[in-house]
Design a protein around this ligand. Structure first.
Ligand SMILES: Nc1ncnc2c1ncn2[C@@H]1O[C@H](COP(=O)(O)OP(=O)(O)O)[C@@H](O)[C@H]1O
Ligand SMILES: [Mg+2]
Length: 363
C-alpha cells in the first residue's frame, strides 16, 4: 500500500470540472513537482488533498485512511499536512516568532514556553532565528515565505503542500526559498509542490507530474520530463517555457507590450542581468531600426523575434526572422548587433533568420 493513494478523484463546480479523473500513488518521502498550464486543476488537486475542498467523487487514502469520508477527522488531517501558499498569509501585527507560536497555542494547546522553543527551532531550520522579533513588513518577501514554511513545519507535518511558493517573490529572493525547500526534501518529508518555476521543479523534485485539462498527462522522473518528455503536450509546454516569441506586424506593433513580455520571460528563466539587457536591446534595436520601418513600406509583412534559453548551458539564443531583413553581410544593427548576429538558414516560410547567441555569464 502506498502512503498516499488517490483513485478517480473528480471535482466539479457546476459546469466547470477542474479535476476530471486523477489517480496516483505516492510513496512516503517522495518529493513531487506539479507543473502545467494555468487553470488545469493543480491548486484544486492540492486543496482536495488537505480537504480545503470536498472532492465530488473518488477517494484519497492517506496511510490507509480515507480522508474523503464524511466522518474524516479534518483537523487531524490538516495537522499532518502543512500548506504554504504564494501569499505568505502572515499576521502583520505579530513578530515572526509569534506568527509561528499562535497556531501551536490555539490549535494544539501548546504552552507559550514550548511554542516559543518550537518557533525558534523552526526559524533556525529556515535560517531566520535572528529575525524572530521582526514584523513581516520588516522582512523581505523571501524571508516572509521562509517564516510561512517554518510556521507549517512547527506542526510537525509528514506531508508538505506548496502552491506556487515562489511566484510572488522578486527573482533575487527565489533562491533562498528553493534552498530551504531543497534541505526539506532531504528530511523524509513527503512534498508536493505546484510551481511555474522550472528551476524549483527541477532542483527540488524527483518526480514531476505534468497536469493538463484536469488530469495527470505525464508522470515521470524530473530529468525525463525536462529533457525528454514523452507526451506531445508536455513537450509543447516545456518548449514554451524556454522560448519566447513575439510577432510584430503593421497591424500589431505594440513595442511596449513586446518588451514587457520579453522582460517577464527573462525574469522567469533567471537569465543573467547582462543577457536580459542584451536581449532587450537587441529586440528593441531590431524592432525600431529595421523592422518597423520596413513594416510601413510592406504592411503585409511581419517579423518574429524568438528567444530560446537553455538552462543547461545558460546560453541564450535570440532569433529574428522576417522577409525584409537586411541582406547577407549587412550588419543587423549598427550599435548593438554588429558582428554579433549570424545569418542562419532561412526558415520554413523562406524568411531570413538572424541569430544572436549570448553566452552564459555570471549571474
Ligand atoms: N471555487 C471555485 N469555484 C468555481 N470554479 C473554480 C473554483 N476553484 C477553481 N475553479 C476553476 O477550476 C479551474 C482550475 O483551477 P485551479 O485548480 O486553480 O487551476 P491551476 O491551479 O492549475 O491554475 C479553473 O478554471 C477555475 O476557474
Ligand atoms: Mg493554481
Amino acid at each position: 500500500m502506498s502512503f498516499i493513494e488517490i483513485k478517480h478523484l473528480r471535482k466539479e463546480y457546476g459546469d466547470s470540472v477542474p479535476l476530471k479523473d486523477v489517480s496516483i500513488d505516492i510513496g512516503k518521502g517522495e518529493v513531487i513537482g506539479i507543473i502545467g498550464p494555468s487553470g488545469t486543476g493543480k491548486s484544486t488537486f492540492l486543496r482536495c488533498l488537505n480537504r480545503l475542498e470536498t472532492p465530488t467523487s473518488g477517494s484519497i487514502l492517506i496511510d490507509g485512511e480515507d480522508v474523503c469520508r464524511p466522518d474524516a477527522d479534518l483537523a487531524k488531517l490538516r495537522r499532518r499536512m502543512g500548506m504554504v501558499f504564494q501569499s505568505y498569509n502572515l499576521f502583520p501585527h505579530m513578530m515572526a516568532a509569534e506568527n509561528i507560536m499562535r497556531p501551536l497555542q490555539s490549535l494544539l494547546g501548546v504552552s507559550a514556553e514550548d511554542a516559543y522553543d518550537e518557533a525558534m527551532q523552526q526559524l533556525a531550520r529556515v535560517g531566520l532565528d535572528d529575525k524572530a522579533r521582526l514584523y513581516p513588513d520588516e522582512l523581505s518577501g523571501g524571508q516572509r515565505q521562509r517564516v510561512a514554511i517554518a510556521r507549517a513545519l512547527a506542526m510537525h507535518p509528514d506531508i508538505m503542500l506548496f502552491d506556487e511558493p515562489t511566484s510572488a517573490l522578486d527573482p533575487g529572493m527565489v533562491s533562498e526559498v528553493i534552498s530551504v525547500m531543497k534541505d526539506l526534501s532531504q528530511t523524509g518529508l513527503t512534498m508536493l509542490t505546484v510551481t511555474h518555476d522550472m528551476r524549483l521543479a527541477k532542483e527540488v523534485s524527483e518526480r514531476v507530474l505534468y497536469m493538463d485539462q484536469g488530469g495527470i498527462y505525464e508522470d515521470a522522473p524530473a530529468a525525463k520530463i525536462f529533457e525528454d518528455p514523452s507526451g506531445e503536450r508536455t513537450r509543447d509546454f516545456i518548449f514554451d517555457i524556454r522560448s519566447w516569441r513575439y510577432t510584430l506586424s503593421a497591424k500589431s506593433r505594440d513595442m511596449r507590450e513586446m518588451l514587457s513580455s520579453l522582460d517577464d520571460f527573462c525574469r522567469r528563466t533567471y537569465m543573467s542581468k547582462k543577457q536580459a539587457v542584451n536581449c532587450r536591446l537587441a529586440a528593441e534595436e531590431l524592432a525600431v531600426s529595421r523592422l518597423l520601418t520596413d513594416i510601413d513600406a510592406h504592411p503585409d509583412h511581419s517579423f518574429g523575434v524568438t528567444v530560446d534559453y537553455c538552462e543547461e548551458s545558460g546560453e541564450t539564443k535570440l532569433l529574428v526572422s522576417g522577409s525584409h531583413l537586411p541582406e547577407k553581410g549587412e550588419p543587423v544593427s549598427d550599435a548593438i548587433l554588429a558582428d554579433a548576429a549570424e545569418r542562419l538558414p532561412d526558415d520554413e516560410k523562406g524568411r531570413a533568420v538572424f541569430g544572436i547567441i549570448c553566452p552564459a555569464d555570471e549571474k
